[in-house]
Design a protein around this ligand. Structure first.
Ligand SMILES: *Cc1c(COP(=O)(O)O)cnc(C)c1O
Length: 401
């Protein structure tokens, strides 16, 4: 699969999806990122690389993940038949392992000894530390000092997995400073490290590369729905933080123009407050983290502080392919509040005995709206990007309070 302009949905050689994407970098990062782009370009054409990744996805992650017909939920909602792509059943309980394994294999292929990244809530850090442990690489995770305190269980997991967790004490001691800190270390030692980005964001080649690693989700779902129903679905629904689980599901269906593609963003406490992360809905065109995309800015023109009940989707930018798909009318983006996500979390848990991640609950909340508006012979596939065990204490407290 090559990223040439043979498809209007894919990036050109410089990583531009229409006007979005590219590699908007300070001079000291141009060379290291070009090296990654070249290495990935070779790796993706190398059958041995692809076979090694597919083998790990099968025998380590447990793929293919189920495409589950949620009959109780379907009955409860009335209307379209709802299928769930069960990424929550993957080893480590979410979709992120699909791309961290790809990144770890690429690092090894490039002769690097370490992978490095920042993490906010810790989910990317844990997924990367897991892949590094398996593949035999060192792993260094930079994390705002505030997040280190808030996300103690994930810090413990990363350390048990052998990762070095670096608390970042400067500035706001949060994700933004962790990004800067990790990039500084990387820029000083690009021969030792691969910088492993956690979503379909950042400079070229990451939006295309992480999508390719995640695209197994949609390839499986496409084959599974054809097997189960003998036809393609009417709509796909997935939550969007940076947008990797969504692009993973969407990619295999983009050429099937009749399939509606819907991304769901966090409206947090409401689009009329400043406590949300609805970048596609309310963002403007700008640069963030090495890419030209849509971004939420504050009054000073800096990336805005964002909020969501789903800690993995509170990001002020979005993958450039999403911005492009919306602009050309191939995908729609809607938003869901914390309260709606919480209600969907409870609904799935009670109706199906499946506890979804609060991030994934955003996709489910839109399914709750959409399914009753469609006829009973319509089909929706929602991406259940992760399991909700990590969220149960928080949810229980919210429901009590
Ligand atoms: C990290 C995470 C997300 C958000 O990331 P995307 O790149 O937007 O997919 C969604 N769901 C879960 C379970 C996550 O861990």
């Amino acid at each position: 699969m090559t990223d040439t302009q043979t498809s209007p949905y894919r990036a050109d050689d410089r990583g531009y999806f229409g006007e979005f994407g590219g590699a908007v970098l300070p001079p000291f990062l141009v060379e290291p990122m070009a090296e990654v782009a070249l290495a990935y370009d070779e790796a993706k054409r190398d059958p041995a690389f692809q076979e090694e990744l597919q083998a790990l996805l099968h025998r380590y992650v447990g793929r293919p993940s189920l495409l589950y017909a949620a009959e109780n939920l379907t009955r409860e909602l009335g209307g379209a038949k709802v299928y769930l792509k069960r990424e929550d059943l993957n080893h480590t309980g979410a979709h992120k392992i699909n791309h961290t394994l790809g990144e770890a294999l690429l690092a090894k292929r490039m002769g690097k000894s370490k992978v490095i990244a920042e993490t906010g809530a810790g989910q990317h850090g844990v997924a990367l530390a897991t892949a590094a442990a398996l593949v035999g690489l060192e792993c260094e995770i930079h994390m705002g000092a505030i997040d280190v305190e808030k996300q103690h269980p994930n810090v413990v997991r990363m350390e048990l997995l052998g990762a070095k967790v670096v608390p970042v004490e400067r500035g706001g001691r949060s994700l933004k400073e962790a990004v800067d800190s990790a990039f500084e270390v990387y820029a000083a030692h690009p021969e030792e490290y691969l910088f492993a980005i956690g979503s379909v964001v950042g400079p070229h080649p990451f939006p295309s590369m992480v999508r390719d690693f995640q695209s197994v989700v949609g390839r499986e779902a496409r084959a599974q729905i054809l097997e189960a129903e003998g036809r393609l679905p009417d709509a796909l629904v997935a939550c969007v933080g940076g947008g990797s689980n969504a692009m993973g599901l969407f990619d295999a269906f983009l050429e099937d123009e009749a399939v509606r593609v819907i991304g769901v963003e966090p409206a947090g406490e409401g689009l009329d407050t400043d406590r949300h992360a609805a970048t596609m809905t309310l963002g403007v065109t700008g640069d963030i983290h090495g890419m030209h995309t849509k971004v939420l800015l504050d009054a000073a023109g800096e990336p805005a502080p964002v909020h969501s009940i789903g800690s993995g989707i509170d990001y002020p930018g979005v993958g450039p392919q999403h911005a492009h798909l919306e602009q050309i009318g191939r995908a729609e983006y809607v938003s869901v509040t914390d309260a709606e996500a919480l209600a969907a979390f409870q609904l799935l848990t009670r109706s199906e005995g499946i506890i979804p991640a609060l991030e994934s609950s955003h996709a489910l909340a839109h399914v709750v709206r959409l399914a009753p508006t469609l006829p009973a012979d319509a089909i929706i596939i929602a991406n259940l990007s992760g399991r909700g065990d990590k969220d149960v204490d928080f949810v229980a407290e919210r429901l009590r309070g």
